[in-house]
Design a protein around this ligand. Structure first.
Ligand code: ARG
Length: 279
């Protein structure tokens, strides 16, 4: 569909109810720095972080989605970023193996939750990968980030495990260290992304796969506008990402702006706090 056509005749957008896993920010703080957003000297308001996180949870429930919770563990301040806990597809769970030792204990903690819930096909990974931070499902394939966290060898491991095509994309800007900070999936065949976060070759791949994609400005990317979650109709994203909200509305989506500034101090926002359970 050409831009002119999509701007005048937006597609009919239907929300599909989802199941999400979230982790309360009970032990959230910025006590170490593993990405450029994290400054341990900058104070975090724990109460505000909790309120902002609860707002996100309520919003999901109001939109008709089911939200499950995993118990937070002391000493794991980034566990609130549930997206990193695993990658789930067709009820199969591909575990996470974190790049930094500050987060390594989160991998087994999330897998224990899945086992306790009765998921039978649970895979402990051989290679480093940070779950849905770097793996994004779009239709019947997976987009897979690398460059900062997930080892490119993990992409082949995930393809073998899930039996779906995995397309690797290289991230080049340390501020956008996970794929879900630079690209958001909007529907089974639409994405939005920030081109400058990707290598030249990966930008060419994205142009081929998604010629009509929404492109984010540097400003919208910097407020984590791409750390967005779409249910096919509603797109939950940081409210400061006004340019993206406008473009989404033009395509017939319903953008819903939220504030998660306290969590942004650790380099995460809405999508990072949400692990989709694709059962
Ligand atoms: N502080 C965390 C880290 O650097 C933030 C993780 C954000 N999560 C995400 N899915 N992008 O690992």
């Amino acid at each position: 569909m050409s831009d002119a056509l999509s701007a005048t005749t937006p597609r009919i957008r239907t929300a599909i109810p989802r199941r999400f896993l979230m982790c309360p920010p009970t032990y959230f703080e910025v006590s170490y720095s593993i990405n450029p957003w994290m400054d341990p000297k900058r104070p975090v308001d724990a109460g505000l972080a909790e309120r902002q996180w609860r707002n996100l949870r309520s919003l999901y429930r109001d939109l008709g989605h089911e939200v499950l919770e995993v118990a937070p563990l002391p000493g794991l301040p980034d566990m609130v970023f549930a997206a990193n806990g695993a990658t789930v597809r067709d009820g199969m769970v591909f575990g996470s193996r974190f790049r930094h030792m500050e987060r390594t204990a989160e991998g087994p903690a999330y897998l224990a939750w899945f086992r306790a819930q009765g998921y039978a096909d649970v895979h402990w990974p051989e290679h480093i990968n940070e779950g849905e931070g770097d793996y994004l499902a779009v239709g019947d394939r997976l987009l897979a980030g690398t460059g900062f966290r997930t080892d490119p060898r993990s992409h082949a491991e995930a393809q073998e495990f899930f039996g779906v095509p995995v397309t690797g994309l290289r991230l080049v800007d340390p501020s956008y260290y996970h794929l879900d900070t630079a690209l958001a999936v909007l529907s089974d065949d639409e994405v939005m992304y920030y081109p400058a976060a990707f290598s030249e070759g990966s930008r060419a791949v994205l142009r081929r796969m998604f010629p009509d994609a929404i492109l984010a400005t540097a400003e919208d990317a910097a407020v984590f506008g791409l750390n967005a979650l779409s249910d096919g109709r509603h797109v939950v994203l940081p409210e400061a990402a006004t340019g993206l909200a406008k473009q989404l509305a033009e395509r017939g989506f319903e953008p819903i702006g939220i504030r998660l500034d306290e969590l942004l101090k650790a380099g995460g926002s809405a999508k990072c706090c949400t692990l989709e359970l694709r059962d």
